[in-house]
Structure formats: C-alpha cells, structure tokens
Write a protein that binds this ligand. Structure first.
Ligand SMILES: [Fe+2]
Length: 255
C-alpha cells in the first residue's frame, strides 16, 4: 500500500459518513468509549461481541429465535455467529499493525478502490451485517413513522412504489449481494443494489449515499428456511423491519 492510502485517524469523511458510523457504533471512537454496548455483559453462549483492531463486533440485539417465523433461529445463529463473525475477524486481522487500524469503516469505504479486495469484502461484510441486525426487530414491521413515511412518499411517490422498487432490487441482484435504501448527499432517498459485500458508501459503486436499510440476499441469509425462494424471504422481511431505527439512521446521516 503506497503513501496515498495513508490515513490520519479521526479525519472527517464525506457525506456525513462519520455520523452514520457513530450511529452504527462501528468506529474506533465507539470502541474507545468506556463500555461498548453489551460487549462484556452478554451471557448467552455464542452471541458474545468482541472488539479488535479498533473495530467492534456487536452482540446480536435479540435472541436467535426472536425473528421467527420470518427468519429461523438456525439461520440467524449461523449467519451471525459464523458468517458475520468471520468477516469481522478477517477485517481485524487485515487491519492489525497497518496505518489504517481503527480507522472508521466509512473512511475506508470512501477510498475502497485503493484497498485489496479482501478488505473490501470483509470490511463491507462487517459493516453490512451490523446494519442488517439493527434494522430488524421482533417488534418490527408495519408502517414507517410519519416523518419517514413522508420522505418515502416525497422521493418514491408512495410506500408501495418504494416497496416495489426495493423488492425488484433484491430479486434482480444476480448471485450474492444486498438491496439498499439510502440517502444521497442532497438528502434524497434512493434504492439500489450492490454485489457481494459492497455497499453504497464505497467509491466503487455506481450510486453513492448512506445506507439506512439493507437486505442481505446472499443464499446464506435464507436458504435453510426458504431454499431457493428468495421472493418469499424478501416478502417476509417486511414483517421484521425496524422502521424507528431506519428513521434514526436517516437523521444520523444528517438528513
Ligand atoms: Fe450475510
């Protein structure tokens, strides 16, 4: 890695990205705070968080079976404890001893094209899954709060039109990837989809913005329960969306 990829720790990122990172608790600052949320207090085996190289693997905010019947407990356990944890550990291992150790992921994403593909895959994998767990809840579903619903109406025409666009993004993503609702630099909401573990914060994607809702459409997210029926999984997702959290992320992005 040449000197152009060097980072000044704490340097500001564009697009209000640092704020988004703080909201997600993913940054080095969150790691330095006196008590990273739940990291020492989680007692359930298999769901402990951990912190390494300035990055935080947060405990799952609910039990593995909390989102049933929409997402089954076994899928949640494998997805969180094996897939996500592996992304986190691979990211931490890649970061340790480098000049970007502990640099907020949003800042790395803004210069993703300068990094090896493994950092892109594992950094994205860690960030995307952290967001994914947070935008779901056993008390989720229903309609968005009024403030968010008004923004969706303004930018998509109606909630139904938004939902249709989002589902199309999820269904037409070939192979593995994500569907997103994001806010751009002008404060407009938009739907997009990205391949593999990319996300709209990265300088390698077409449409850039701050993601506030993400849906994992890798087969590992649904195959045990839904087999190849991605459509059924996408439909079930609406029953667990944590809309108040999505609104918080929109506000945290500065819009
Ligand atoms: Fe996943």
């Amino acid at each position: 890695m040449d000197s152009s990829t060097r980072f000044r720790k704490g340097a500001a990122g564009g697009l209000g990205l640092a704020l988004a990172g703080l909201a997600l608790g993913l940054t080095a600052a969150a790691h330095r705070s006196p008590a990273p949320r739940g990291i020492e207090s989680t007692a359930r085996p298999g769901v402990e968080g951990e912190a390494r190289a300035g990055y935080v693997f947060q405990p799952l905010p609910y039990a593995y079976d909390a989102l049933e019947p929409h997402i089954d407990a076994q899928t949640m356990e494998i997805h969180y404890d094996r897939h996500h944890r592996a992304y986190f550990r691979n990211l931490a291992s890649a970061a340790e001893g480098t000049d970007w150790e502990g640099v907020p992921l949003e800042q790395l994403f803004a210069r993703m094209s300068e990094f090896p593909e493994s950092v892109r895959n594992n950094g994205g994998g860690h960030y995307n899954h952290t967001l994914f767990w947070e935008v779901m809840s056993p008390d989720g579903g229903g309609a968005p709060p009024r403030e968010l619903a008004a923004r969706i109406d303004r930018d998509f025409g109606s909630f139904e039109a938004f939902r249709e666009q989002f589902e199309r993004a999820a269904m037409t993503r070939f192979g593995s990837g994500w569907a997103w609702l994001s806010v751009d630099a002008e404060g407009r909401l938009f739907v997009s989809s990205t391949a593999n573990q990319d996300n709209p914060l990265m300088d390698v994607v077409e449409q850039r913005g701050v993601p506030i809702l993400g849906l994992d459409v890798w087969e590992h997210a649904y195959y045990l329960n839904y087999q190849n029926r991605r459509g059924s999984y996408v439909e079930a997702f609406w029953n667990v969306v944590n809309w108040p959290r999505v609104l918080e992320l929109l506000r945290a992005a500065g819009h």
